[in-house]
Design a binder for this molecule. Sequence first.
Ligand SMILES: [Zn+2]
Length: 104
Amino acid sequence: MWISRRKFIKDSTILIVGWSVATKHFSDKELECRCCKVATMQPAFMESLERIRVEMNRPLKLSSAFRCSKHNCEVSSTGPNGPHTDHGEGGQAVDVTNSVEQML
Ligand SMILES: [Zn+2]
């Protein structure tokens, strides 16, 4: 299993800000919410995304991945409980861009 699950410790206090959901090809940084930097993705979803990435054998640039409820309300019509948000197991959606310029 290549999905690591570990607690982040920030500023030497034991403040849990999220679980690592990174895979071989997707970092926590590109999966995190743009506003609060939390990345909580459903492990099964990340396994599927990683499998797609491996089968495509080319980079997949994400324009958006996890969103907290507040941020999702700001950028999406799906509201506070959209598929990018955490429903207990984590977000279950990413937006992939096909733009060559954005991949460079
Ligand atoms: Zn946020």
